[in-house]
Design a protein around this ligand. Structure first.
Ligand SMILES: Nc1ncnc2c1ncn2[C@@H]1O[C@H](COP(=O)(O)OP(=O)(O)OP(=O)(O)O)[C@@H](O)[C@H]1O
Ligand SMILES: [Mg+2]
Length: 305
């Protein structure tokens, strides 16, 4: 649906995109996972036609993306990272403006506005000024404003920043339901949990380059280990951590250790060593490695740095 070829973008001397190529398939929920400054918003703004690339090309259904072209504008919806609403207008008036900008009028526009407000639980606040909304409510309105015209490609740039867990789940459910009905979604985030939960395919981006691309399962097979053991980083586990580190990769962050065993180091050997160090089994959680581990493996940095 969308073919991105070798996109490059500088801001002055600052390189933001360093040759990004991607093919987004119709109907997919594509995740763009990367830390601050990776180039996610820059890529979104180029796809949306808000900025011109220095080099490279973008084609939507075989047609070059050009912002002035009404067909491109009708096909795309952008949920910007920073909230873009008119503060002094009510929720309903905001949606009316966005709808009219896309040529919606009359009964159809009213119907879409009702649907949108209901979908994000804002129907009872429709006449309130947006500046009286909480941050999370503004986020939800920002999200549906981009969908009124039923775009076939929806670009969501970190749409859940500052949203509480419950509203975040409501946004996820909403986006998943929309995606099932049709629109292809490109979703940027620096939360690996979001990419894991939502995305059928994920591109890992850092320093303006795509470092890995695939389904979650495909990405995780790029790791040289298939298991992950986590346990708290405390004085009581320090001696064990030092010994087990000889048998795999040990990473420490947020008060916890993550251990990825080398091939051949068996789980039974891991627990035997723990027992020797007089650590109870309940300290350990076994699972599969996360995208965080993959990011660290590919870039040498954590997503949260
Ligand atoms: N308007 C701008 N002027 C100058 N430099 C910019 C501008 N916008 C982005 N950059 C730079 O381009 C690079 C990529 O930024 P971008 O906003 O695309 O990253 P991002 O992945 O969206 O990050 P975040 O997760 O923080 O939103 C960064 O080095 C940033 O400093
Ligand atoms: Mg951004």
């Amino acid at each position: 649906m969308l073919i991105i070829r070798d996109l490059r973008k500088h801001y002055g001397s600052q390189l933001a995109l360093d040759g990004v190529s991607l093919e987004i398939r119709r109907g997919e929920f594509f995740g763009l996972l990367g830390p601050n400054g990776a180039g996610k918003s820059t890529l979104m703004s180029l796809v949306a036609g808000l900025r011109q690339p220095d080099a490279g090309s973008l084609a939507l259904d075989g047609v070059a993306v050009t912002p002035a072209d009404p067909a491109t504008r009708a096909a795309l919806g952008l949920v910007p990272q920073s909230i873009a609403l008119f503060e002094d207008l009510s929720a309903e008036q905001n949606l009316r403006v966005f709808g009219e900008l896309h040529g919606l009028r009359g009964a159809l526009l009213r119907e879409r506005i009702d649907e949108a407000l209901a979908a994000v639980q804002l129907a009872d606040r429709r006449r309130d000024q947006v500046k009286k909304f909480s941050g999370g409510m503004q986020r939800r309105l920002n999200l549906v404003a981009s969908l009124l015209h039923r775009p076939k490609l929806l670009l969501c740039d970190e749409p859940t920043v500052g949203v509480d867990p419950q509203s975040r789940n409501a946004i996820f459910d909403f986006l998943e339901a929309r995606n099932r009905e049709g629109p292809t979604v490109i979703y940027s985030t620096h939360y690996m949990e979001e990419a894991t939960r939502l995305c059928s395919r994920i591109g890992i981006i850092d320093h303006g380059k795509i470092h890995a691309l695939g389904t979650l399962d495909e990405l995780l097979t790029r790791l040289p280990f298939a298991d992950e053991m986590t346990f708290p980083a405390t004085p009581a586990t320090a001696a064990f951590a030092a010994r087990v580190a000889a048998h795999g990769e040990l990473a420490t962050a947020d008060g916890g250790h993550r251990f990825h065993p080398h091939a051949g180091f068996r789980t039974s050997a891991f627990y035997a060593l723990a027992e020797e160090c007089q650590l109870p089994a309940r300290l350990f959680v076994a699972g599969r490695p996360s995208l965080e581990a993959l990011f660290l493996h590919l870039t040498g940095r954590t997503l949260r740095e």
